[in-house]
Write a protein that binds this ligand. Structure first.
Ligand code: GAL
Length: 668
């Protein structure tokens, strides 16, 4: 398998020449060269141009673009173009359109208006994929294939009749017998017992709460169905274009919740993702870092491709703030710090028309004579100097469990705190506090091997199988400090509550027994003794004889009862947090766990400054990233800063949003 360009940190983005007259293409290539662009993603939304009518292809324009790019030595991540069908296809076959929960058709006029189960759509998409693969498989510019685009960004869940049939087939494969399905879904409740497969429907809008396991299975089914589509295109590419890596861009972002990427990642030759900073989040830069660590986990610790982010504003938030000077470079290098070896953007040139005309780009509306483009060219220069760290890794002492299925289940119907408990909250909070302490963290699937991690964090891991719970217990036994938060290990993978006291799957490991949840209202908090407070959640907890109580509830109905506990287990420890403590109290607890596990963070890291190290067999590079609008001064090791191309040692001052990537004289 050819790997994605390895001699430099690839730099570029989505290139949509079909939106522009040919005169602009020459300017594009000249500016790309000037900015140090080394790759582009081509043809993502070009189906209507590639196949203007059924079966008639027009590849002449693409031939020319590819030729120009090849001459300029710009690598191409060539899209299969199947993300959005052309109007002629949906006009001829309106049955390919997705349908929402209320039975409304989602009409064309935007993008991705296709049903994941529709086989006619799929056959057209596969025909286009085949035609492109046959024509370009040995083109000198081709470096990677890009299947579709951001699968599930807009078209699932689809609730149409075709999906209903597909769902039944998927359910038969999962549950085999109707009895097993009835058992898994708990259909004895509310007279839902099925006597024939054809009675089963997608969880369309109904009178009140839908069956939670039906909803969970539907989300699994929709994710698997799109994966099936991806695999069908990928298999063609592997066959017709052997040796060229295939990817599709994930969306490992806070607000995207549709796909189970742990099931998708093993099928990517190179894992790639998109990330956009969401201005309304309380901690946007920490969310960016979390996305990087999650993507690195999906890539099995290997470097990954940042396929898209933005040079400045996006156009899809209520208000779209521009990035401050320096922020574009700093955000890109933050992704590299967390393991990206490719830095891609949406898009090369800002469009003059269409829904994204006010989305920032590498070349803004103002043109190349702009501060934004000058910063882009500076970034190209910096990335051009980072080739030496390509292939290096981030080494982490801490593993944090992340589960897409648990995210679905926690957001499912009829939960104790549907409005108040958002699945990522505990994971993001702990990850943020670790980041501020300079502690690197791998974000892993439940069931991933935990050997070698000094600390294992299990945040709101609501669904756990017996085997997954056993792995966590084994990690503690082998010496890890395991930190579990509330609402973990509650249910089986079919979302059946484990009996005998929560958290059923982890009760023994933690030496605690929860008799009842006491979720807190928005804005409500509970005092903790000796210090601090908790929010979001609390629990009526009893502890075993060998379990130490680190904190009690200080007021309210749980006053005097245990809130945070810790227990020695084999060579390690198991800590339980039954509320979400405020940052200070949680920070103190983390400090205790980290120091007991012997984990020391990177010096200089703080709420404002991120410090992350990438290492190879012989060298190491320290990323120092100022995430604030103020200058910062901190101590750094002796080395060479590849950003400013200068020797550094001892005290280093970074300007607002400034950064350094220090090749350390003594590798760590
Ligand atoms: C991504 C998408 C791009 C563009 C971008 C805008 O979701 O892949 O095509 O729409 O967002 O931020």
């Amino acid at each position: 398998m050819r790997t994605w360009p390895t001699d430099r940190v690839a730099f570029g983005g989505d290139y949509n020449p079909e939106q522009w007259p040919r005169e602009v293409w020459d300017d594009d290539i000249a500016l790309m060269t000037q900015a140090g662009v080394s790759f582009v993603t081509l043809g993502v939304f070009a189906w209507a141009h590639l196949e203007p009518e059924k079966g008639r292809h027009d590849f002449e324009w693409l031939d020319e673009v590819l030729e120009r790019l090849a001459r300029a030595e710009i690598a191409v991540d060539l899209a299969t173009g199947t993300a959005t069908p052309p109007p002629w296809l949906s006009r001829a076959h309106p049955e390919i359109l997705p349908v929402d929960r209320d039975g409304h058709t989602l009409w064309p006029g935007s993008r991705q208006a296709w049903c994941p189960s529709d086989q006619l759509f799929r056959s057209h998409a596969l025909a286009l994929t085949t035609a492109l693969a046959e024509r370009y498989h040995d083109h000198p510019a081709l470096a990677m294939w890009h299947v579709g685009n951001e699968f599930a960004c807009h078209n699932i869940p689809c609730y149409c009749d075709t999906c209903a049939v597909g769902f039944r087939t998927w359910l038969r494969a999962r549950h085999t017998h109707l009895d097993a399905l009835n058992e898994a879904w708990g259909t004895s409740f509310w007279s839902q017992r099925y006597t024939h497969w054809d009675e089963i429907l997608p969880p369309r809008r109904t009178t009140t709460f839908a069956n939670p396991t039906q909803v969970l299975d539907y989300r699994r089914f929709q994710s698997d169905t799109l994966l099936d589509h991806y695999l069908a295109e990928r298999d063609i590419l592997h066959e017709v274009s052997p040796g060229v890596p295939v990817t599709t861009n994930f969306m490992t972002m806070h607000h995207f919740r549709e796909l189970d990427y742990h099931r998708w990642a093993p099928h990517q030759d190179v894992v790639s993702t998109d990330h956009y900073v969401v201005a309304s989040l309380e901690h946007p830069r920490h969310e960016l870092a979390f996305s990087g660590d999650l993507t690195r986990g999906l890539a099995g610790g290997r470097p990954w491709v940042l396929m898209e982010h933005s040079t400045s504003a996006v156009n899809w938030q209520p208000v779209n703030p521009a990035k401050r000077p320096g922020q574009t470079i700093r955000d890109s290098l933050t992704h590299v710090a967390h393991g990206a070896d490719t830095v891609g953007y949406f898009q090369w040139r800002a469009s003059t028309a269409g829904s994204e005309k006010f989305h920032s780009a590498l070349v803004p509306h103002a043109g190349a004579d702009s501060e934004r483009f000058r910063e882009v060219a500076r970034l190209g220069g910096v990335l051009g100097r980072l080739g030496e760290l390509v292939g290096s890794r981030v080494e982490a002492d801490v593993a944090l469990i992340w589960d897409f299925e648990a995210q679905w289940a926690v957001g499912g119907p009829g939960m104790p705190s549907g409005g108040g408990l958002d699945y990522p909250l505990a994971a993001h909070t702990i990850h943020r506090l670790l980041l501020d302490r300079g502690v690197a963290c791998d974000v892993l699937a439940p069931g991933a091997p935990l050997t070698g991690y000094a600390v294992v964090v299990v945040p709101t891991t609501y669904l756990l199988s017996d085997d997954e719970a056993a792995l966590i217990a084994q990690a503690a036994d082998a010496g890890a400090d395991v930190l579990v938060t509330f609402f973990s290990g509650i249910s089986t993978r079919d979302d059946h509550v484990r009996l005998g006291g929560y958290p059923g799957a982890l009760r023994e490991l933690l030496g605690v027994r929860v008799e009842e949840f006491f979720p807190l209202l928005a804005g409500e908090s509970v005092a903790l003794a000796p210090t601090g407070g908790g929010h979001t959640w609390s629990e009526w907890l009893t502890v075993g004889a060998d379990t130490e109580v680190l904190a009690h509830y200080g007021d309210g109905p749980l006053a005097g009862r245990p809130a945070v506990t810790r227990r020695a287990v084999g060579a390690g420890h198991a800590t339980y947090v039954s509320t979400l403590p405020d940052d200070e109290a949680l920070g103190l607890l983390l400090d205790r766990v980290l120091s007991s596990a012997g984990v020391v963070g990177q010096a200089g890291a703080s709420e404002r400054v991120e410090v992350v190290r990438r290492v190879s067999a012989e060298k190491s590079w320290l990323f120092v990233l100022n995430h604030s609008a103020e200058p910062v001064t901190l101590n750094v090791p002796i080395g060479w800063d590849l950003v400013e191309q200068r020797q550094v040692s001892g005290e280093l001052t970074l300007p607002p949003d400034g950064c350094a990537v220090i090749r350390e004289r003594v590798a760590t």
